[in-house]
Structures are given as structure tokens and as C-alpha cells.
Write a protein that binds this ligand. Structure first.
Ligand SMILES: *Cc1c(COP(=O)(O)O)cnc(C)c1O
Length: 379
């Protein structure tokens, strides 16, 4: 089996090449590289897809999270509750703004925030909660939103891995992930479910005043050019990226289905294996399967990873060191947090290739080799 990849962007591109090439050429012809018509149109189209009032595009997902926190007007020392079991960006922006990250544990089945941990972590200084819809599955938002409302704490969703996913409330209402908090943030990094061909990101909100503020902060704190009301930053989605995203947005549901089909194949292949735990699919969520992440038992995970690589089966450890143990956060008291589930996951998770182009032949090769390697190394 040749050239398997975690994410195969080349084959995906070849399927949409004529449309993408024409859209990029169109931007080149208009030379409206920044703030071109595609940027506005993409914002409108994404808002309609997500069912939100406003989409504010920006330069990347990390900026989206940073600008969201800035827009809430938090002060240094304010506490922000988030999971340690996430990509560093979620937490880095909290530290960058001199806010205090307060880490909570995750559930071992969903990999998302544990509600009881959040309950215990809330203090009078808690000024925001950032749930992460990790690997493409929504955090359990209904109890989280109720808890946040009770304490009057804004919720910012880190939707970078779950765009295309949904959450269903107990009354049966189904909404897109990223549309439930006061602000939702996402990334259009190429390998994300809705990825562009460079960097990109966006914020979503239904709040008119907040939308205005997010837009201003992303644009040097100005509404009227050269009149700067507040300290902001420079964070723009460029027109070429927007043109690509407009095409890929139309395919997003199809892309999520293809990811789900690959996940179904894996689930079925691994379902009776005693040492392999397949990802749990919460009944309240349509999983967007940004990653397909297994938990291994009675086997050395790092050796499995190594042996797979030798057999040319790509695999990744998301994430080998949780945020609270990163050197970056030692001055923020990261090491003081006791997060047993997070610690356990760090040593047993392994992610297999998942993308929109996986063939049955490839899936069969990956699963066969994975099972062989796990069996060989099992204690
Ligand atoms: C990718 C990602 C980000 C950051 O997005 P960038 O566009 O790379 O800045 C933030 N949070 C999570 C959970 C991510 O996966």
C-alpha cells in the first residue's frame, strides 16, 4: 500500500480542481486580495449554514479564540475554565492575555469536558468557559449551558475540530456546533474539516453588539478607518482563502459523511477486540470525525505507533502532553491540576488516518495491520 496519509488533501483537491482553480483565478483577475467580494459572501454563506446571525472571518483559529476573549473585556487574572486535553491554542490565548487558565478533566468516553469538574472549578472569578468539541464531537452542551447561565458566565465554543457536527437538545432541537455559545470559534487550517489552502479562521455569534466588537478588534480596533476605539489586532481572512472555502463549504456535509463512513468501517473492524476501544458516539451529537481516536489497553501505545509507522500506516498521538503539563504554562500553575482522566488518555490514545478520500482497500490495509500490531505487542 503506497503513500497512505493522515489527511489526503491532494486527492480531495483533484476532485474540485476546475472549480477551485477558476475561483482562485477570479481573485487574481480582480486583484481584490484583501476584503474581496468572496470574503463577504463566504461569511454570509457560512452564517446561513451554521444558523447564526454573524460570521466574522479572521486569520486563523487561534486568533479567533483570542479575539473572542478580548471582546468579552476580561481583565488580567480573570479565570477561564477549559479542558487541558486539547490543542495548545485553546489555552495559549488565555495565557497570552494574562488570564488564568483553570483546567478541568474530560470524560473518557467523549474526550470532552466533564460537567462535574466544571461545577467544582467555578469561582467568583470565573469569567468564561471554553468547551472544546474535540475530534469532531460536541461537548455535552445542554448541562454546560445551564450551569454557565446559572452563574452568568459566557461560553466560547472552540469548534475548530467539529465544524459540520451537530448537537441535539433534550427537546429534540438540533443545532450546529459553534452556534450555541455566545461566541463560536473555528479554524480553516488545511487539514480541518472545512480547510482552506493556507491559514484562516472565523468567529460566530448571534449578538449584534458583540459581532461589531469582534469585527473591530480583528481590524485594529477601528470601525471608521483611522479612528481606533480600542486595542485590537490585525487578523484577516484573505480573498483567495475565502474563494476556496466557498467551494468547500458546499461539500462540507458530504465530507463529514465520508469521514463517518471511514469511522464506521474502523468501528466495525475493531468492535470485538479486547484491547481496542473505539470512539464513543454520544447520542446528542453528530460526530464530524475530525480525528478517529482509539484507546488501547494492555499494550504499549508508543510501540504500537512505532510498529505501525514501520508498516507505513500513518498514525498520530493527539496529544502526547496535555496543556496543564506543558512548560509554557508552568507559571500559570498548570502542574497543580490533578486530572486523572486526562493523564490516562495521554498514554493510551492513538489516531488513525481519517479524511474524505479513504478507499475500502486502504481502510482494509490499515485495520488489518493495526490489529496485527496490537495482537503482536499485547501483554
Ligand atoms: C486547530 C485548532 C485551533 C487553532 O487553529 P489555527 O487555525 O491553527 O490557529 C484551536 N483549537 C483547536 C481545538 C484546534 O484543533
Amino acid at each position: 500500500m503506497q503513500n497512505l496519509q493522515m489527511v489526503d488533501l491532494k486527492r480531495q483537491y483533484l476532485k474540485i480542481k476546475p472549480e477551485v482553480d477558476a475561483a482562485i483565478q477570479n481573485v487574481l483577475d480582480t486583484t481584490a486580495f484583501i476584503n474581496g467580494k468572496d470574503v463577504q459572501q463566504f461569511g454570509t454563506e457560512l452564517a446561513s449554514y451554521l444558523g447564526v446571525k454573524h460570521v466574522i472571518p479572521c486569520a486563523n483559529g487561534t486568533d479567533a479564540l483570542q479575539i473572542a476573549l478580548m471582546a468579552l473585556g476580561l481583565q488580567p487574572g480573570d479565570e477561564v475554565i477549559t479542558a487541558s486535553y486539547t490543542y495548545i491554542a485553546t489555552v495559549e490565548v488565555v495565557a497570552l492575555l494574562r488570564l488564568k487558565p483553570v483546567f478541568v478533566d474530560v470524560d473518557a468516553d467523549t474526550f470532552t469536558m466533564n460537567i462535574d469538574s466544571v461545577k467544582k472549578a467555578i469561582t467568583s472569578k470565573t469569567k468564561a468557559i471554553i468547551p472544546v468539541h474535540l475530534y469532531g464531537q460536541s461537548a455535552n452542551m445542554e448541562p454546560l449551558l445551564a450551569l454557565a447561565k446559572e452563574h452568568n458566565i459566557p461560553v466560547i465554543e472552540d469548534n475548530a475540530q467539529a465544524i459540520g457536527g451537530t448537537y441535539t437538545f433534550s427537546d429534540g432541537k438540533t443545532v450546529k456546533t459553534g452556534s450555541m455559545g455566545i461566541i463560536g470559534c473555528t479554524s480553516f487550517f488545511p487539514s480541518k474539516n472545512l480547510g482552506c489552502y493556507g491559514d484562516g479562521g472565523a468567529m460566530f455569534t448571534n449578538d449584534d453588539a458583540l459581532a461589531e466588537k469582534l469585527k473591530m478588534i480583528a481590524n485594529h480596533g477601528q470601525k471608521v478607518r483611522y479612528y481606533h476605539e480600542m486595542v485590537g489586532c490585525n487578523s484577516r481572512l484573505d480573498s483567495i482563502q475565502a474563494a476556496v472555502l466557498r467551494i468547500k463549504l458546499r461539500k462540507l456535509d458530504e465530507y463529514c459523511s465520508a469521514r463517518n463512513a471511514a469511522a464506521d468501517y474502523y468501528d466495525n473492524a475493531f468492535k470485538n477486540h479486547p484491547n481496542i476501544r473505539t470512539p464513543y458516539r454520544a447520542p446528542y451529537s453528530y460526530h464530524a470525525f475530525h480525528q478517529y481516536t482509539l484507546q488501547l489497553s494492555n499494550v504499549n501505545r508508543d510501540m504500537v505507533s512505532e510498529k505501525l509507522a514501520e508498516r507505513k500506516v500513518p498514525n498520530m498521538i493527539y496529544y502526547p502532553v496535555p496543556c496543564h503539563k506543558q512548560n509554557m504554562l508552568k507559571d500559570f500553575g498548570g502542574a497543580d491540576f490533578h486530572l486523572p482522566v486526562t493523564d490516562m488518555l495521554q498514554d493510551c490514545v492513538i489516531s488513525l488516518p481519517i479524511h474524505t478520500e479513504l478507499s475500502e482497500e486502504e481502510l482494509s490495509y490499515i485495520t488489518k495491520n493495526f490489529i496485527e500490531v496490537v495482537d503482536q505487542l499485547s501483554k
